[in-house]
Design a protein. Structure first.
Length: 363
């Protein structure tokens, strides 16, 4: 068998090029400086979702941790090869000012601690990416925005679904009126919450119950699909376990109206599984995602036939890469602190409607 030297050369070159690409594909590394991220709060989300995602990003790397638990500090130090100077507790966060290796602090603590940790990070000169909800009151959100602005840094909110391809496809269907005008949105999310001692059921730490935790996704859906803000909200609450939910809401139902005439209907709950989707009814049909709010497997349908089932990468890696890119290229984030503040304002309007027993106008 004759061997073609040119073909051999091309094969070798291709193999060498592929080998050179392997680290990029496998470890998600790209040329140029990656921004250092310090994770503040090493609970379930940080451990199971965010830290694995960090190792898939192109623009970020794990550069530090903030934890109040010495055993976690030791475990993470060993597991991720962290140096002592990159490990902080909640009281020593201010020392990050001396650590040039940390660019971004990702705040992943209970809702009512987001302000304290954001203020500390901003005072140390760091950009802040904060989990949802931004905080538990509009005033506290505003203080976060002010502090980060004063520090000349960026504040982003962990709204991972703002980057999720299936959600983006639904926004396209709405904007391009592919199935006519959206008229009605039905969006629901809930789960049966376990341990009665957890912070999510403690008002001082959570600010509220299912609404603050999962109802916010339904609110985000309505704002994403309409591209508008609600101008009228009517809400009510149902409590079947007065002991477990003595401090926070268990189930909330609400309706809202939007300037274009779209109306929405939502339920969020801490007492049942199986609600995690939305459906938009349009003048010529409908489109839906169910599930819509999971880390993986979100998919949907359209009344005219095609499935909505686009490939989704790691949602946390995507949102982190985007935030880092905003910092590197000095462009605004599509999930800024202002968006987080606006959502908290609408969540407060839902609580206000429940309290007053009547609709609340936001126009
Ligand atoms: P978690 O309870 O698993 O972790 C919270 C962390 O905060 C723990 O490490 C805990 O030790 C620490 N902490 C510090 N001070 C504390 C205090 N006084 N009381 C209790 N814990 C304290 O919670 P989580 O599920 O990781 O949620 C953290 C944040 O992330 C919340 O704001 C939540 O809404 C948000 N979250 C977002 C998503 C998402 O999909 N974007 C998913 C889950 C949680």
């Amino acid at each position: 068998m004759s061997v073609n030297p040119r073909r051999q050369f091309l094969a070798r070159t291709a193999a060498a090029a592929a080998a050179a690409l392997i680290p990029i594909e496998v470890f998600g590394q790209a040329p140029g400086r990656k921004l250092g991220v310090a994770l503040c709060g090493l609970g379930s989300l940080s451990t199971n979702q965010i830290v694995p995602a960090l190792f898939k990003t192109r623009n970020c790397r794990l550069a530090g941790i903030v934890t109040g638990t010495p055993s976690k500090a030791a475990e993470w130090k060993q597991k991720y090869g962290l140096s002592d100077k990159s490990i902080y507790d909640y009281k020593t966060m201010g020392r990050m000012a001396d650590n040039k290796d940390i660019d971004i602090v990702y705040v992943v603590t209970p809702n009512a601690l987001h302000m304290e940790h954001t203020l500390a990070a901003a005072a140390a000169g760091k950009h802040v990416f904060c989990e949802k909800p931004l905080e538990i009151s509009v005033d506290r959100c505003q203080r976060m925005l002010d502090a980060v602005k004063k520090a000349g840094r960026m504040l982003g909110v962990g709204y991972r679904l703002q980057f999720e391809p299936n959600h983006l496809e639904c926004i396209r269907l709405a904007r391009e009126k592919v199935l006519g005008d959206v008229k009605i949105i039905d969006a629901n999310f809930g789960f049966a919450i376990g341990d009665p001692a957890q912070w999510r059921l403690n008002r001082a730490l959570a600010g509220g119950g299912s609404l603050m935790d999962v109802g916010i996704y339904c609110l985000q859906t309505t704002r994403m699909i309409t591209g508008e803000n609600p101008v009228w909200i009517n809400a009510s609450e149902v409590k079947t376990d007065k002991e477990k939910f003595k401090e926070v809401d268990e189930t909330i139902l609400w309706q809202s109206k939007f300037p274009s005439g779209v109306v929405s209907n939502s339920i969020c709950t801490y007492s049942a599984n199986g609600l995690a989707g939305f459906r938009a009814a349009t003048t010529r049909g409908w489109f839906s995602l169910d599930p819509a709010y999971f880390y993986n497997g979100n998919r949907g349908k359209r009344s005219d036939g095609p499935e909505i089932n686009l490939p989704v990468g790691d949602q946390f890696a995507t949102e982190l890469d985007d935030f880092a890119d905003c910092i590197i290229n000095k462009r605004p984030s599509k999930v800024p602190g202002e968006m987080g503040l606006a959502d908290v304002k609408f969540l407060m309007a839902i609580y206000e409607s429940i309290k007053k027993g009547r609709p609340v106008s936001l126009a």
